[in-house]
Write a protein that binds this ligand. Structure first.
Ligand code: PGA
Length: 242
């Protein structure tokens, strides 16, 4: 699973050209999904274009709200996302946790809402630098992971994104990624009693020159890519190497 997270970037024009170019340059493999997460206001346009050009790119949303029916100015619920044929949603990205004050209680509601509407969550976890330096990463991640219900296990994926690696050009090294992904998989298996093996993708300064090394670990099931996903040529090359 290779995911493009466009964050707050793009225009109708840039999305149009990216979707057309990526759809022709990518050698799609049905076992390796290619997911595009544009800003919410472009989901409708992206969905129509994906349909029009019969692209194999799958649409994901960067956010959802925790409830389907509250009076919530600015809210977008999972049923609206389904209208745009959105199949995936990022939940718990560190930027949303920080700037939109998401906590374990609201994230639990978002996970439930997505799964009830048949949208697969990509649940993001990751530690800040001070926690890493204190050697407390696994405790920190356990606290984020403990909200996952085993009944979600066949519907969700996890993205490990160390906060200190996001947008810094300083990706985690392979040994560290392998260790943490192994920990997340074990935690889901033994502590949460997941019935199925969970996929764990890595995000945080993934680039063309480090993607192959990161993917060489059998504990890495894909990539969540921010900055390097904006250029269709770079993103397509990363996908084709994966
Ligand atoms: P980055 O962002 O690839 O620009 O580090 C990743 C993300 O935040 O999903």
């Amino acid at each position: 699973m290779i995911i493009a997270n466009w964050k707050m970037n793009g225009s109708r024009e840039s999305i149009d050209s990216w979707l057309r170019l990526a759809s022709s340059d990518i050698e799609f493999n049905e076992d390796n999904l290619c997911i595009f997460c544009p800003p919410s206001c472009f989901l409708d346009y992206s969905s129509s274009l994906i349909n029009e050009i019969s692209s194999s790119i799958i649409l994901g949303s960067q956010s959802i709200n925790f409830s389907k029916d509250s009076a919530l100015t600015g809210g977008i619920n999972t049923e609206m996302l389904r209208e745009f044929n959105t199949q995936y949603v990022l939940i718990g990205h560190s930027e949303q946790r920080e700037y939109f004050n998401e906590d374990n209680d609201s994230l639990k509601l978002k996970l439930k809402s997505a799964i009830e509407s048949d949208i697969s969550p990509i649940f993001c976890v990751g530690e800040p630098n001070d926690i890493k330096l204190k050697g407390q990463t696994k405790d920190f991640l356990s606290n984020q992971l403990q909200i996952l219900d085993k009944k979600y296990s066949s519907h969700l994926s996890i993205a490990y994104e160390p906060i200190w690696a996001i947008g810094t050009g300083d990706n985690a090294d392979l040994h560290y990624i392998e260790d943490i992904h192994g920990f997340i998989k074990d935690y889901c298996d033994t502590e949460l009693d997941f019935e199925e093996k969970v996929s764990v993708v890595y995000g945080g300064s993934v680039k063309l020159n480090n993607c192959e090394e990161i993917l060489s670990s059998s504990n890495v099931d894909g990539l969540l890519i921010g900055g390097a996903s904006l250029d269709s040529e770079t993103f397509s090359k990363i996908y084709n190497l994966s």
